[in-house]
Design a protein around this ligand. Structure first.
Ligand code: GAP
Length: 449
């Protein structure tokens, strides 16, 4: 049996608990744009920090970059996005729906969601027309075609146009990479599935510049590395797989491509969370052609000048966040209780709150002690202090947001300076001296399995 569809439950949990809200909700919502609440922003930050650590800080052959979202409009002519970043679009004159012509089998008729567009005899689908997915705007005060600009649909182009700047400033030698994290925008025709496909999202991309003859070796290397990274976040290995692009699926720039896919459960099933592409010399050559500037590399040892090939790894921070939420969501029975519990089994490095501190009662110095403990732990990781409601309710709330440890201050704590630490997954409770608590939690967080 496949994994269940937990998307509706997650949307509700994310709103209720402060992970993710619909954008501009009080105005009825902006289509497929989402805001990250207090817990969501921590979750996404943890994902981005882990990616930056793995891709930039822990390597001496990858440099970081933060290029601007707005670029010279000719960048998008050179990259092929003005001419080729299009989806075929059809309208249905009967239900007024708008669909991707090449994905009708995935679309739902607006009148009857169990049917695909075109399945009713009175469906009136128009001929497909090409729709460019880039958001267009204007730079400066005059709204004319000469000042047209685009919100970037991928972060990659900021890296290509800075290839020589970074290589020369950092005295890097090929092979080396440039990585960046940033917003990208696509006017998707059929966005949806919560934060899976949105119009504004964040990409974490790395372009690795290599000698042309070595590109397939590096392609295999990065394919393996990137799958390992997803596993290290706690995504279940059986829910991850590769998908090789067929020649028909390959993007206009790609010589070879593999997706890392995650099984989102339900009818969505396995879907791309990351793409690894061998882009050849497509981008650098196009930018040389269009800008008239040389973007070549001179290998002094081999006395050879060439345009490097690029192996790209491109992953969506929002899609990884969704995969982690889906992967972690579970409902469990609790012995002796009518109501079960909902748990977000997030890996502690990903969890927004690492520990919650509860004074059992509001008297006998317990709140003061809980405050002191929280202040001390806050110096090293995010904690939550919760003083209200029954202890059971407080546990349930922390389970639902994925907090790995709950620390309870009780009457005994005041006497012997110890607290109870409860493990989210095993429910095991340890009695720990307050003086050893920071080290105890740091050790449990570091050695979590
Ligand atoms: N530079 C190559 C590139 O952009 P892509 O396969 O179009 O390749 C890479 O996108 C990743 O960006 C995807 O695997 C996905 O994680 C994320 N992504 C793309 N479009 C998205 C959207 N509309 N909403 C959320 N994430 C998206």
């Amino acid at each position: 049996m496949g994994h269940p569809d937990v998307m509706d439950k997650l949307v509700s949990l994310c709103k209720r608990r402060g992970y993710i809200f619909q954008s501009s909700e009080i105005y009825g919502g902006a289509g497929s744009v989402w805001d990250y609440g207090p817990l969501g922003v921590e979750l996404k930050r943890n994902i981005k920090d882990l990616w930056w650590q793995a891709m930039v800080r822990s390597r001496d052959d990858v440099e970081g970059l933060d290029a601007a979202i707005l670029m010279h409009p000719r960048v998008w002519e050179a990259s092929g996005h003005v001419a080729g970043f299009v989806d075929p679009l059809v309208d249905c004159k009967t239900c007024k729906g708008r669909f991707r012509a090449d994905k009708l089998e995935d679309a739902r008729c607006l009148r009857k969601p169990s049917k695909h567009p075109g399945e009713f005899t009175d469906c009136q689908l128009t001929e497909p027309r090409q729709f460019n997915l880039m958001f267009k705007t204007f730079m400066g005060a005059v709204e004319e075609s000469a000042s047209a600009a685009y919100l970037r649909p991928e972060t990659a182009q900021g890296i290509f146009v800075n290839f020589l700047n970074v290589q020369q400033a950092m005295r890097q030698q090929v092979p080396f990479g440039i990585a960046q994290i940033g917003k990208a925008f696509r006017n998707e025709i059929t966005p949806g599935n919560f934060i899976f496909r949105t119009r504004e999202f964040e990409q974490m991309e790395m372009q690795f510049f290599v000698e042309p003859e070595t590109s397939m070796t590096w392609f295999e290397y990065w394919k393996t590395e990137r799958l390992k990274w997803h596993q290290s976040l706690g995504l279940a290995p059986e829910r991850l797989e590769y998908h090789q692009h067929t020649p028909e699926e390959l993007a206009h720039y790609a010589k070879a491509a593999f997706d890392v896919q995650f099984d989102f459960g339900g009818t969505l099933g396995f879907q791309e969370i990351e793409g690894v592409h061998n882009r050849g010399d497509f981008d650098l050559s196009r930018h040389m052609e269009c800008s008239g500037k040389k973007l070549e590399y001179f290998d002094q040892q081999k006395n050879r000048r060439y345009v490097p090939y690029v192996v790209e790894t491109s992953v969506g921070a929002d899609r990884v966040a969704l995969a982690l939420l889906v992967n972690g969501y579970r409902e469990e029975d609790v012995a002796g209780e009518e109501e079960g519990r909902v748990v977000l089994g997030l890996h502690p490095t990903i969890a927004p709150v690492k520990a919650a501190i509860f004074p059992l009662t509001k008297k006998d110095g317990q709140p003061e002690m809980a405050h002191r403990i929280a202040d001390d732990l806050r110096k090293v990781f995010p904690v939550d202090l919760d003083e209200s409601g029954s202890i059971g309710k407080r546990y349930r709330r922390q389970d639902e947001i994925g907090t790995p440890f709950c620390v309870t201050v009780d009457g005994e704590s005041i006497v012997d300076q110890t607290v109870t630490v409860r493990d989210r997954d095993t429910l095991r409770q340890d009695r720990v001296a307050v003086s050893a608590l920071r080290a105890y939690l740091a050790d449990r967080l570091a050695n979590f399995s």
